[in-house]
Design a protein around this ligand. Structure first.
Ligand code: N01
Length: 545
């Protein structure tokens, strides 16, 4: 392991003064550090984990891989990096992405700017000085001008709200905190709870090892075959030749992945032609089915044609008709909960030792010493795997005691759901930036495209302020209101709010039901941000206390 190469935390009673603090050493935190250093700022990254990598450090469950292609899910800021790094597969595995992150950290000399094993507990703004005091859980204190939350959208894992979780006598695992040494399921009886992207990726591999696997499904999910394959030298060379052009197209696209633009409604073509179109996207990528027609995500009838297509595929793959029907999603429009890419997920249910339990019919009631109980019966298992997701978008920010002007807590300001300017700043919280925060395209896009765009925007805004002789950058209440209204309006125009998804905060009891991402598209969003920068940042106030 390379851990030893990264500087570890040393508890320090003195307050350390820096220009910029970044919280989180994942893909966004590391690039932010690089950009701040490029501006000549003294910047430090504080990371809770024992190594860099963020999401790709924590989520090590079997089958964990990105479902955006490796040559898209990679930094574009350095053409040299782009040319020198070779990916081995169409979709990168978690270990390969982590190797890439380490390569980037070494290549750009970022390691000495990262403090590991350092969890931030609080961040309080000091009005008079226009600076933040940041305190870590071990009591270290930092004094910084700029504070960037690069904490990720899916980093605060959650367990189901059922009694008895601590009671189970066997092994308990969560996909987002997988043991680094791996887990051997050979000969064991395993229960997996949850069929989101993590569960759907892990289940076929756990089934390969386990003697008996029971999958507990609350909501059936739409999944499509990844058709993963090794990346040939020719394919890589070809992409590398036109990488610049490809990156430009990704930045201008809707989801951060270049796909042909739809021109027609799904309802204006005859069923045979539509089916052929859907068939041509099947197994190609994550977004093709959703972007085939102009109205797939805004019109229920149009959407239903895509949903029907996937349900027919499930029935073709799964032998037992009853199991197939249980696996067919019916309670949300296609794409309104994040669809998945899988490698043999549905076919796994054709294996004799794999069982499916429909929690809509027989809900979970408790975890027992020997397994889990539903309203129907107890299931005895050796291992209990929670693939139950995250307190998404806001969970990691809410976990830190963030207080802006006049001591106002961010959690108070967001009590009714997140409000922001561009998903990047919150009025009353000067110099605080949320990379891929709620109100930005983030989770509805290829995250790398959104991360780079946000980091570049922040670096440019801070540079602009310093050039003016200012040290404080703060979104206005008016700009925040206008942006938050816009995010809601665009979201309400779509089918997204209909689903009980983590996009809506619906998976966390008590969380306000708000569609938290911006669905205007990464291209349009970038254009808007670029225009603001070109116009001297209207909606932002610059000052020097
Ligand atoms: O989490 P999820 P995830 N009782 O929230 C179920 C990204 N990601 O870790 O749908 C029973 O999607 C829950 O049921 P329901 C990607 O953005 C990307 O899988 O709430 N079940 C659901 O089935 C993804 O969307 C990649 O009814 C309960 C599951 O647990 C996001 O991370 C890979 C329950 C949680 O699914 C999150 O994915 C992995 C309960 N009390 C993740 N509570 C790739 O790039 C929850 N569930 C490939």
């Amino acid at each position: 392991m390379t851990d030893t190469l990264v500087q570890s935390t040393r508890p320090d009673t003195a307050v350390r003064r820096v220009d910029a603090l970044v919280v989180g050493a994942g893909l966004s935190g590391l690039y932010m550090l690089h950009r701040f250093r490029g501006l000549g700022l003294d910047a430090v990254v504080l990371e809770a984990g024992s190594d860099i990598g963020g999401t790709w450090f924590w989520n090590r469950y079997p089958g964990a891989r990105c479902d955006v292609e490796s040559m898209e899910y990679s930094y574009s800021f350095s053409p040299e990096l782009e040319q020198e790094w070779d990916w081995s597969e169409k979709y990168p595995t978690q270990p390969e992405i982590l190797r890439y992150v380490h390569h980037v950290a070494d290549r750009f000399g970022l390691r000495d700017g990262v403090r590991l094993d350092t969890r931030v507990a609080s961040a309080h703004f000091r009005d008079a000085e226009g600076r933040w005091t940041v305190t870590t859980e071990s009591g270290e204190r930092w004094d910084t001008e700029q504070l960037v939350m690069a904490t990720g959208c899916l980093s605060t894992s959650k367990l189901p709200e059922i009694p008895g979780i601590d009671r189970f006598g066997g092994r308990t695992l969560h996909t987002a905190h997988w043991p680094h040494e791996g887990v051997d399921f050979t000969g064991r009886r395993v229960a997996v709870i949850g069929t989101g992207s993590s569960g759907i990726q892990a289940i076929p591999l756990i089934a390969d090892e386990a003697a008996d696997l029971t999958v507990f499904q609350r909501t059936a999910n739409f999944s499509m075959p990844a058709n993963n394959a090794p990346l040939s030298d020719e394919a890589q060379a070809q992409r590398k030749q036109n990488y610049r052009e490809h990156r430009r197209a990704a930045r201008e696209s809707g989801f951060g992945v270049p796909v042909p633009e739809a021109t027609r409604s799904a309802l204006e073509v005859d069923p045979e032609e539509r089916r052929a179109q859907y068939e041509s996207t099947w197994g190609r990528n994550l977004v093709g089915l959703l972007t085939s027609y102009t109205d797939s995500i805004v019109d229920a009838a149009a959407n239903e044609t895509a949903a029907d297509f996937v349900r027919d595929k499930i029935r073709e793959i799964v032998d037992d008709p009853e199991t197939a029907e249980t696996l067919c999603p019916r309670d949300h429009p296609f794409g309104t909960k994040r669809p998945c890419l899988d490698s043999g997920y549905y076919a796994t249910f054709n294996r004799g030792h794999v069982h499916l339990v429909d929690l809509k019919k027989t809900p979970l009631t408790e975890v027992t010493e020997r397994g889990v109980r539903t309203t129907e019966r107890e299931y005895e298992v050796d291992d209990l795997v929670f693939a139950t997701g995250f307190d998404a978008m806001t969970g990691s920010l809410a976990a830190i005691d963030i207080r802006g002007r006049a001591g106002r807590a961010l959690t108070d300001k967001w009590a009714g759901g997140p409000v922001s300017h561009l998903g990047l700043q919150v009025a009353g919280f000067p110099n605080l930036y949320t990379i891929t925060g709620p109100g930005s395209p983030s989770v509805l896009s290829n995250m790398m495209v959104s991360i780079e765009q946000h980091v570049d925007f922040v670096a440019d805004a801070v540079h602009h302020a310093h050039q003016r002789g200012d040290t404080v950058v703060e979104s206005t209440e008016e700009a925040e209101r206008a942006w938050t209204d816009h995010v809601r309006e665009v979201g309400d125009y779509t089918l997204y709010p209909q689903a009980d998804s983590w996009y809506m905060g619906a998976n966390v009891p008590g969380k306000p039901r708000v569609f938290m991402a911006y669905i205007g598209g990464v291209g349009a969003y970038r254009q808007h941000c670029d225009q603001l920068a070109a116009d001297g940042y209207p909606g932002f106030a610059f000052s020097a206390p």
